[in-house]
Design a binder for this molecule. Structure first.
Ligand code: ADP
Length: 170
């Protein structure tokens, strides 16, 4: 039974994340999509909201489970007897940070490997941050996120005017 952990803020989950999770689900027996609390990033959605959106988005994938986590990723990976961490690589710009993260995790626990998966090229520009910005500016985000997320963004932005500071526009 080969389990992998796909960690992230998923604030909110996008079609790019889903592309990566689908690829991982084909390669491994079980994928734990681990929604990180990450309060330091001042997420727009609560941990519970992020988890619920992710759960609904992966409901068609039988070997993917969604959990929340906080604390050290390598400890979480060992605790769940996972063989690796999955991360998505969109472009060269992701590489430096992801490389540092992978090597730091290896320093913390040399048995924890990191596997990088690349999404379909049409998702390589997609990020949760840009999706939130487009939604704030009342643009159409339906090509980028699951339907539930479109609704959730609409509802959230109606109530919370802006939880991450003023936007400069696109
Ligand atoms: P974090 O806050 O840890 O960066 P994210 O939710 O932003 O969490 O991203 C989680 C992982 O998914 C990261 O490895 C990120 O590079 C990857 N990812 C994000 N968006 C995409 C995308 N459009 N295509 C492929 N991978 C992506």
């Amino acid at each position: 039974m080969r389990t992998v952990v796909y960690p992230g803020s998923f604030d909110p989950i996008t079609n790019g994340h889903l592309d990566v999770v689908q690829r991982a689900a084909k390669m491994f027996d079980r994928v734990i999509l681990a929604v990180a609390r990450n309060e330091g990033k001042h997420p727009l959605f609560s941990l519970d909201e992020r988890k619920r959106m992710a759960l609904s988005a992966v409901s068609n994938l039988g070997n993917v489970v969604v959990e929340t986590f906080e604390g050290l990723l390598v400890d979480y990976v060992v605790h769940h007897k996972a063989c690796a961490v999955v991360r998505g690589l969109r472009a060269v710009s992701d590489f430096e940070f992801e490389f540092q993260l992978a090597l730091m995790n290896r320093k913390l626990n040399e048995n924890v490997e990191t596997v990088f998966l690349m999404p379909k090229d049409s998702y390589s520009f997609l990020s949760s941050r840009l999706v939130k910005e487009v939604a704030r500016l009342k643009g159409d985000v339906s090509p980028f996120v699951p339907t539930e997320v479109v609704e959730a963004l609409r509802a959230k932005l109606k109530t919370a005017k802006d939880s991450t500071g003023p936007t400069e526009g696109l």
